[in-house]
Design a binder for this molecule. Structure first.
Ligand SMILES: [Zn+2]
Ligand SMILES: [Zn+2]
Length: 285
């Protein structure tokens, strides 16, 4: 199984997950970068967009879906998501505008599309897509049906949780099974409070349906921490304005070390907005 971050953060999110013989099943989790950018970054790992089996969508904010119209027009790549999210995407494409994560409306690419190909995956359900078993679960964010994903293949489990204002017990239940956990560490709370955002936006980010701070991410990790648990942790969806990779890593590590966690067995990285980490289960030893 191979996982590659093509980009993470408020400027756009897309993650490649590949499994099966010769990596024959390739899925994207979100497609919030331009098609050109995704094409270029996938090209660096010798993958073409035409090989993508489908796009698992976490929610309908522009930084997660903006490439869909062009991608669908060119390759008929199906959207795999909860029916409510699908309908929100469909409505946005028809209206010609996405809702961005900050609530602003941004124009969709003007692409003529009759219908969007979809494979419905209601939240909480499990589906085998090629060689990858996909389970979706609810997150807490101001979108119609936001979700995270647990992806299983070849005995490995990858869990993806971004864009959530808090971490529920049900989410922890899923997250604790991950070998590689990709978890949002959006902002440093102090930086956000002192920073340039208008108050209504600060309030929204800090709300239960906003985004996780570094400290909230660390708290959640601590709650599922086991000495034989998760071995890779990627901090994701970092704000460019209210966080830095160094600060996110430092905050999470400090929080865990202060609580007595032994970090020797867990590799922690912070995902950049451009091409990021690669995890390959065939090259771990
Ligand atoms: Zn987002
Ligand atoms: Zn969002």
């Amino acid at each position: 199984m191979r996982v590659v971050s093509l980009g993470s953060g408020s400027s756009g999110n897309a993650l490649l997950v590949e499994a099966g013989p010769q990596g024959r099943t390739k899925l994207l989790v979100d497609a919030g970068l331009s098609v050109k950018t995704m094409m270029k970054r996938l090209g660096q790992i010798s993958i073409e967009l035409s090989q993508i089996r489908g796009v698992l969508v976490t929610h309908e904010h522009s930084d997660h879906v903006s490439a869909l119209p062009t991608l669908i027009k060119a390759y008929a790549t199906p959207i795999i998501t909860d029916p409510r999210t699908y309908h929100a995407i469909d409505a946005s494409v028809r209206a010609g505008s996405w809702r961005s994560d900050t609530g602003r409306l941004v124009a969709t690419q003007s692409v003529e599309l009759d219908t969007l190909p979809v494979e419905e995956l209601p939240i909480g359900e499990k589906r085998l897509i090629g060689d990858i078993e996909v389970v979706s679960f609810a997150t807490s964010h101001d979108a119609v049906a936001p979700c995270g994903y647990l992806l299983k293949a070849g005995g490995w489990r990858i869990c993806i949780v971004t864009d959530t204002g808090h971490v529920t017990a049900a989410m922890l239940e899923v997250m604790q099974h991950a070998d590689l956990l990709i978890l949002e560490a959006n902002h440093d709370k102090e930086r956000l409070l002192r920073g340039p955002y208008p108050w209504h936006l600060k309030k929204r980010i800090l709300s239960e349906t906003g985004h996780l701070s570094n400290e909230q991410a660390a708290e959640a990790i601590l709650r599922i921490w086991r000495s034989d648990g998760m071995r890779w942790l990627w901090l994701a969806h970092l704000s460019r304005t209210n966080n830095t990779p160094e600060l996110a890593l430092y905050s999470v590590r400090e929080y865990l070390l202060t609580a007595g966690a032994n970090l020797a067995r867990c590799q922690i990285a912070a995902l950049p907005p451009d091409m990021g980490q690669m995890w390959d289960s065939t090259r771990l030893w």
